[in-house]
Design a protein around this ligand. Structure first.
Ligand code: WQD
Length: 339
């Protein structure tokens, strides 16, 4: 039975991926330090899947702890590496915190496995910046990141590519996520932002439930149909399934030993479209105002997902209605069951 290590497996995307790995028949071991997640998520996974993953609380920046863990878990056949700090704004304020954590954790994992491992890396469409051409494909130029967070994703991809070039036993798939939103249909797991949500959909659900005031639409003077910025929003369950598809491709040894895939729907939606889609799918009325553009935001992006569909063998199935109603159901679950 193949056993997958999921680093950051109690986080938003990690927890949904653990559920999908269980659904696909894998054994799972999770390593997390709970720096951006809650231990209760492990019980929530058990409620959904009927079993808990093995769990070890480890700071992946602690090289000795990572080496000891890997030595004591030699039956691990693959790794999905989520563990990283990911708040764009915070990374601008605390760059060293981001470079230290995001690089030390990755490099400790690679060296602990002696670079003999199949690894799925959590990357981001942020590496494209504002694409010159839309939809943006994997061959598009990687642009100078707008934030240390984005830079850690770009440099991590380079580290992996260069390591794979000299280590045939290191096989990596980097998944460039677009905008993950939504929650598991059980409403038992979902996004758990710490403090004021920076991302659009958790702010919307917290505004709708009365935890926050009106939403500010960051700019309606973009060169887009309704003036608000466009993103490729993807359901977190679809995104989780893309990780299982990537593990299966690595197991098949079908591809080169370093591959990159966009993971999105291939469709763009504006902020104002998300707001109206939320109201339509939940029946809730949202209050919003139009404000200034947010520093560092791009105007529009959405992915060319041809490679993911035709080579990775994965395609997004869930639409905005599922994304937004599931996010709302999760917010209502949290109101009755605060973490
Ligand atoms: C989406 C749109 C905002 C909040 C970032 C990272 C990306 C990934 C997802 C980690 C933008 C607008 C937002 C609000 C708004 N993170 N907005 N009012 O910035 O596209 O992507 O998060 O993996 O790597 O870059 O996502 O949800 O913050 O913003 O108008 O209160 O919503 O301006 O146009 P973003 P987001």
């Amino acid at each position: 039975m193949a056993k997958i290590l999921v680093t950051g497996g109690t986080g938003y995307i990690g927890s949904h991926t653990v559920v999908e790995l269980f659904n696909a028949g894998y054994e799972v071991v999770v390593v997390d330090d709970f720096s951006n997640s809650d231990p209760k998520i492990l019980e929530q996974i058990e409620k959904i899947s009927g079993k808990k993953p093995e769990f070890f609380k480890i700071d992946l920046c602690d090289e000795n702890a990572v080496n000891l863990f890997v030595d004591q878990n030699k039956d691990i056949t693959g790794v999905i590496h989520f563990a990283a700090f990911k708040a764009v704004g915070e990374s601008v304020q605390q760059p060293l915190k981001y470079y230290r954590n995001n690089f030390f954790s990755l490099i400790n994992i690679l060296t602990a496995f002696n670079s003999k491992i199949q690894l799925v890396f959590s990357s981001s469409c942020t590496v494209y910046g504002q694409p010159d051409q839309l939809p943006v494909n994997e061959l598009a130029k990687v642009k100078k990141a707008e934030s240390p967070y984005g830079n850690t994703k770009q440099i991590a991809e380079e580290i992996l590519q260069e390591a794979c070039a000299v280590t045939p036993d290191l096989n990596v798939i980097a998944l460039r996520y677009f905008n993950p939103v939504g929650a598991h249909k059980s409403a038992l797991i979902g996004e758990l932002p710490i403090g004021v949500p920076q991302n659009l959909v958790p702010f919307i659900t917290q505004s709708a439930i009365g935890k926050r005031g009106a939403i500010t639409v960051f700019g309606n003077d973009y060169n887009t149909p309704d003036g608000s910025a466009i993103r490729d929003y993807i359901h977190v369950v679809d995104l989780a399934k893309a990780h299982v598809a990537a593990i299966k491709r690595l197991e098949s040894k079908a591809g080169a030993n370093f591959e990159i895939f966009n993971v999105g729907t291939g469709k763009g939606s504006s902020v104002l479209e998300i707001i109206s889609a939320f109201e339509k799918s939940t029946g809730e009325k949202l209050n919003y105002t139009i404000g200034a553009r947010r520093e560092g935001d791009i105007e529009q992006t959405y992915g060319d997902v041809t490679l993911s569909n035709n080579v990775l063998g994965w395609k997004a199935e869930l639409g905005l209605e599922d994304m937004l109603s599931s996010a709302w159901n999760w917010e209502k679950y949290l109101r009755e069951n605060p973490f």
